[in-house]
Design a protein around this ligand. Sequence first.
Ligand code: ZN
Ligand code: ZN
Length: 56
Amino acid sequence: MESSKCDKCGSIFKTKHYLQEHMKAHDDPEQHQCYVCGTFYKYRSSFYKHKKKTGH
Ligand SMILES: [Zn+2]
Ligand SMILES: [Zn+2]
């Protein structure tokens, strides 16, 4: 079965829908990405929470 892999960052998703949502994040410069683990956050507050929680 073919997995949905992101060409830009190599993340693998269970469904094409998740991949499409993820690709939106790549297209949107407003998104905040953690450069350590590659996770995207739509809101800066969520991103800061992640940084605080993980120590990134
Ligand atoms: Zn990606
Ligand atoms: Zn992170």
